[in-house]
Design a binder for this molecule. Structure first.
Ligand code: ATP
Length: 242
C-alpha cells in the first residue's frame, strides 16, 4: 500500500528554486533514506511532507488523500506524522517523562495515567527509563535525541520523518540514536530519513534517494546505489563521502 505520494513537487524561496519536479512514493513499512549534498533540498522536501513548508507547486497525497492545501486540518494530519529534527527542542522546564506525555495528553486528551504508562514504555524502548524524572539539560545530546524520538512516537504516528537526527551530536553519541532508529525500522515503522550517515543508509534503507540541486537524481536499493550508481553526480557525491 502506498502511504505517501509526492507528485511534481516544487518549492521556491523567493526566486530560489529549491525543489524541482520531485516525484516519489513511500510504501507502508518502507524505510526511505534521502542523501545528497548540503543545500540540495533534502530538508525542504521533508518539511513539505508534513507541511512545515507550503509547497509552491505539485501535490502530496497521504494514504491517497491530497493534503497539499489542508488549512486548519493540518493539525490532524500531523498527528499521524512524527518528526525528529536535527535540534531536539525538548521542553526545558518539563521532565523527560512530561516531555513524552505532553502531546498525547494535550492533543489526544489521553488521561494522565495512560499517557504516563505509555511514555514509560516508550522511554524503555529508547533505553532511558531511568531518566524519566530528570530535566533535559541533565542529558547528553544523544539521550535528548532519543527522548525526542520517544516524544514523536507517543502520538502513535504511522509515518516518521527524521531530518538529520544525528548531525548535531558528538560522534560517540551517534550510534545509540541510529540503533533506536534501526530498531524502529525493524518493527515495521514507515520512515523517511534525511541523513549523512551512509552506513545507516546502506544497512537499514529499503530504498535510497539521491538529491542534488533540488532534483531527485537517482533512487534505488542501497546495494545498487552504493555499488553501481547510474548517474555521474551520484558517483562523484559518493566518492566524496564514502
Ligand atoms: N526558509 C528558507 N528561506 C530561504 N531559503 C531557504 C529556506 N530554507 C532553505 N533554504 C534554502 O534552500 C536550499 C535547500 O535547503 P535544504 O535545507 O532543504 O537543503 P539540505 O539538502 O537539507 O541541506 P543540508 O544537508 O545542509 O541540511 C538551500 O539553498 C537553503 O539555503
Amino acid at each position: 500500500m502506498v502511504m505517501l505520494e509526492i507528485k511534481n513537487l516544487s518549492k521556491f524561496f523567493g526566486d530560489l528554486e529549491v525543489l524541482r519536479d520531485v516525484n516519489m512514493a513511500v510504501e507502508k513499512g518502507e524505510v526511505v533514506v534521502v542523501i545528497g549534498p548540503s543545500g540540495s533540498g533534502k530538508s525542504t522536501m521533508l518539511r513539505c511532507i508534513n507541511l512545515l513548508e507550503q509547497p509552491s507547486g505539485g501535490e502530496i497525497l497521504y494514504q491517497g488523500k491530497d493534503i497539499t492545501h489542508l488549512g486548519r486540518q493540518v493539525t490532524d494530519y500531523r498527528k499521524h506524522v512524527g518528526m525528529v529534527f536535527q535540534r531536539f527542542n525538548l521542553f526545558p522546564l518539563k521532565t523527560v517523562l512530561d516531555n513524552v506525555c505532553y502531546a498525547p495528553m494535550k492533543l489526544n486528551k489521553l488521561p494522565a495515567k495512560d499517557a504516563k504508562e505509555q511514555a514509560m514504555a516508550l522511554l524503555k524502548k529508547v533505553g532511558l527509563e531511568s531518566k524519566a524524572g530528570v530535566y533535559p539539560a541533565a542529558l547528553s545530546g544523544g539521550q535528548q535525541q532519543r527522548v525526542a524520538i520517544a516524544r514523536a512516537l507517543a502520538m502513535q504516528p504511522e509515518l516518521m520523518l527524521f531530518d538529520e537526527p544525528t548531525s548535531a551530536l558528538d560522534p560517540e553519541l551517534v550510534g545509540d540514536v541510529l540503533e533506536v532508529m534501526k530498531q524502529l525500522a525493524g518493527e515495521g515503522m514507515t520512515m523517511v530519513v534525511v541523513t549523512h550517515e551512509m552506513g545507516f543508509a546502506r544497512d537499514v534503507a529499503d530504498r535510497v534517494i539521491f538529491m542534488d540541486g533540488g532534483y531527485i537524481v537517482e533512487e534505488n536499493t542501497p546495494v545498487e546505489i552504493f555499488t553501481s550508481p547510474k548517474n555521474d553526480r551520484t558517483r562523484s557525491f559518493l566518492a566524496r563521502v564514502l
